[in-house]
Design a protein around this ligand. Structure first.
Ligand code: AMP
Length: 397
């Protein structure tokens, strides 16, 4: 078990707190369009303030690629944070420079300093030793609560943790508990709904779940590689030719493993993604050669619903179709609704599926909406997260 902030004494100490404050923002107006990640970080910030720590928050925002770019400044996040917590929030206009050092030097216990975007310095993503040392020199203790970046080996998520006494915050702790429980002791049947386009990202998850889940429902673009592997005609649908053999071996393996692999039986198709033609329905294994599958069809929705309704636990990651276009979003929205309404414990991985669920208005009915798409996928694959490997276990206290 990892050491948490409850296991360390932080009073009067400078605590470098890595959060994931990478919130969607209108870069022209600086208006934050979804503050979930800020809200999810509040309990750790408030706890540290109440315990009289000097809280030095660091985060990345967007992809500025190692250069200072005002549109990725964390200044609007500092304003938002100041409105949400009772303690003072001071914004440093650099990360490890003079402004940060001066503002940290004049902090009082319970104050909060938010450092400017870590990724304005290219050394952050390189896990540069010098940058790690500069970050470590700002604080006495390091706390990681950035679940969304815990699968990254960056200076602020990995290197710096090795240089300071460390712990995890409440958010990471909650994510680990929930995913750990799903993998080791779920209410059954455990039904995984996997979609999206990048089959290579989901293959290790399917592999790990073959013996853990009872049913794996496969939708989205990656389903066609499986359908083709079974000998189906998928027309112009998305297929990863290099993964066909692997998909075939999974289908074979699934015959002897715990999980049943369930593929779509019908699809909403069109000539291409932008076609203005009326979409047509085809059985998933006989799609016209000029058409591509862009969403799961009504029969598949019904079939998937049956499994979701009977589940004890549901995990969902990845959209069922090209949901960015409302014409092909029906399957994803229906699944969002069923996952939210099920009596089962529901877990939705971050990214597209989380935003689909929030957009559908059912976000509040999900038992656990993960804040990290990539990180939760890594855990579902059975992999450890670099950002956690470097945090001490409680036994080593
Ligand atoms: P991923 O990052 O692998 O979870 O994939 C998410 C993307 O998959 C979204 O942008 C969807 O538009 C895309 N997607 C889902 N279904 C399909 C499909 N049938 N054909 C092409 N792209 C799809």
């Amino acid at each position: 078990m990892k050491r948490t902030i409850k296991d360390i004494d932080v009073a009067g100490k400078r605590v470098l707190l890595r959060l994931d404050l990478n919130v969607p923002m209108n870069t022209k107006t600086g208006i934050i369009t979804d503050d979930t990640r800020i809200m999810e970080s509040l309990s750790t910030i408030n706890y540290l303030c109440d315990k009289k720590a000097k809280v030095i928050i660091c985060s990345h925002l967007g992809r500025p690629n190692g250069v200072v770019d005002e549109k990725y400044s964390l200044a609007p996040v500092a304003d938002k944070l100041a409105r949400l917590i009772k303690n003072k929030v001071i914004f440093a206009t650099d990360t490890v420079g003079e402004d940060a050092k001066n503002k940290i030097a004049s902090m009082e216990d319970g104050n909060v300093v938010l450092l400017e975007n870590l990724r304005f310095d290219k050394r952050e993503e390189e896990n540069d030793e010098g940058f790690c040392k500069e970050l470590a020199s700002l604080a006495d203790i390091y706390v990681n609560d950035a679940f969304g970046t815990a699968h990254r080996k960056h200076a602020s998520t990995y290197g710096v943790a090795k240089l300071l006494p460390n712990a995890i915050g409440f958010l990471i702790n909650k994510e680990l508990k929930v995913i750990g429980n799903i993998l080791s002791n779920p209410d059954r049947p455990l039904v995984a709904v996997l979609g999206g386009a990048k089959i290579k990202d989901k293959i290790p998850v399917i592999e790990n779940l073959l013996d853990k889940a009872d049913t794996i429902l496969i939708g989205g673009g990656m389903a066609y590689t499986f359908i083709k592997a079974k000998g189906g005609q998928v027309g112009k649908s998305l297929v990863d030719e290099e993964k066909i053999d692997m998909a075939r071996s999974f289908l074979e393996k699934a015959k002897h493993s715990r999980a049943e692999l369930v593929l779509p039986i019908d699809n909403i198709c069109n000539l291409d993604i932008d076609s203005k033609e009326k979409p047509r329905k085809f059985p998933s294994d006989s799609i016209d050669e000029n058409y591509m599958g862009l969403d799961i069809g009504p029969k598949t929705v019904k079939l998937f619903k049956k499994y979701i309704k009977k589940a004890g636990t549901v995990i969902w990651n990845g959209p069922m179709g090209v949901f960015e276009n409302p014409i092909y979003a029906k399957g994803t929205n229906k699944i969002a609704k069923y996952v939210a309404k099920t009596k089962a414990f529901s877990f939705v991985g971050g990214g597209d599926s989380a935003s689909a669920v929030v957009k559908s208005g059912y976000g509040k009915r999900i038992d656990h909406l993960s804040t990290g798409g990539g990180a939760s996928l890594s855990l579902l694959e059975g992999k450890s997260l670099p950002g956690l490997e470097v945090i001490s276990d409680i036994e080593n206290n």
